[in-house]
Write a protein that binds this ligand. Structure first.
Ligand code: ISE
Length: 358
């Protein structure tokens, strides 16, 4: 189709008008990214009930209109696509009207907070007949994760045997609960591990060890999360949210005849006073900044073609099932099995999407 066949207002012509829903730290970061870093899109609407946050986000996107509810932005015909960055419990009430309007959606993780609501979202998407939802698991857009995935697939170091992952946050806010170790943090490994290994999670187990005295009083961590994949690969994740010193997400992959590591510190190197120092990250916004940029750019480019370019709603559903097992494993001794229904035919081709190669 040539651009001559497209009418003005068609999202494939000119900038995609994005409505960003939720203007907390992550939403504001995406407003800034769409306005200043990526191409082909503008923020036309900021949907946020808090007036202060709404105004601050609009300052980053001159020309955007503020709304309290997504439905009002939809009724005004103000958006071609929706980026959802609200807390997870508000995702379903935003996803459903956006799907009803037939708009492309980038939904920050998680898709929703439990398999039942994620299933309802899958049904609503299938009713549109289109793949409209991309879930914001940004690690798939990190260059080192993509290299590791290629290495695993090409088997030049032999078959993958194990993955050792470390997921370390400096601190977490008081609002962070014990379940969030799984639903807010390990949720990323639940998406990226099957994507890397080309297999499905069969069981999840949580082990508690010595508690960090610096962790908030209501938390018991660090924890060790053990996964067994359908292909026999074993995965351990050190989930640690009180390391104080900074932010680290690293993985070591063990192959039949080699070892690979990603996520090592790669910042400024400084030799001074008989000491060697290397910069590291304080939080995920800088550690994954490039991945976020690539993710949103890929989504915008794909949305203009009526497609998605990353994790699908089915991927989001599978992660919701894994999180349910993970939360159960926090309170259970031994492995908890995942109970995944068969993939609906609508998503069958997207079960292990090759999309999101960067
Ligand atoms: C946070 O919400 C994120 O998504 C980060 O990527 C993760 O590392 C952190 O643990 C979460 O709290």
């Amino acid at each position: 189709m040539s651009t001559a066949d497209l009418s003005v207002g068609d999202p494939r012509v000119g900038d995609l008008r994005v409505g960003v829903v939720g203007a907390g730290a992550m939403g504001a970061d995406h407003v800034r990214r769409i306005s200043r870093t990526i191409t082909g899109a503008t923020v036309s609407a900021v949907v946020e009930p808090d007036a202060g946050r709404r105004a601050t986000a609009i300052e980053l996107a001159p020309g955007a209109t503020g709304y309290v509810r997504l439905e009002d932005a939809l009724a005004a015909g103000a958006v071609d696509a929706v980026l959802i960055a609200t807390p997870g419990r508000f995702h379903e009430p935003v996803l459903l009207p956006a799907l009803d309007a037939g708009l492309p959606i980038l939904c920050e993780k998680p898709l929703t907070q439990d398999p039942e609501s994620s299933w309802r979202v899958l049904e609503a998407e299938q009713a549109t007949g289109k793949h409209l939802i991309q879930v914001g698991f940004m690690r798939r857009f990190d260059r080192e994760y993509a290299l590791l995935r290629d290495l695993i697939a090409e088997k030049s170091a032999g078959e993958l045997l194990m993955l050792h992952a470390a997921h370390r946050n400096a601190t977490v806010p008081d609002s962070y609960t014990q379940d969030m170790l799984i639903t807010d943090s390990v949720v990323h490994e639940f998406d990226v591990v099957p994507w890397l290994a080309g297999s499905t999670i069969r069981t999840v187990e949580v082990r508690y060890g010595r508690r960090n005295r610096l962790t908030p009083a209501h938390l018991r961590e660090p924890i060790l999360v053990l996964m067994e994949l359908d292909n026999g690969v074993l995965v351990d994740v050190e989930m640690n949210v009180s390391v104080q010193f900074g932010y680290q997400v690293a993985t070591e992959a063990v192959f039949e005849k080699g070892i690979a590591r990603i996520g090592q510190p790669s910042g400024l190197q400084l030799w001074q006073d008989a000491t060697f120092r290397i910069g590291d990250h304080a939080d995920f916004t800088t550690r994954f900044r490039e991945a976020y940029d690539l993710q949103v750019q890929a989504w915008v480019d794909a949305a203009k073609q009526g497609a998605i370019a990353g994790p699908s709603a089915w991927d989001g559903f599978k992660v919701a099932v894994a999180c349910q097992a993970g939360v159960a494993a926090l309170k259970t001794a031994g492995p908890v099995a995942l109970d995944l229904p068969p993939v609906p035919s609508f998503y069958a081709d997207a079960a292990h999407p090759a999309a999101a190669t960067v």
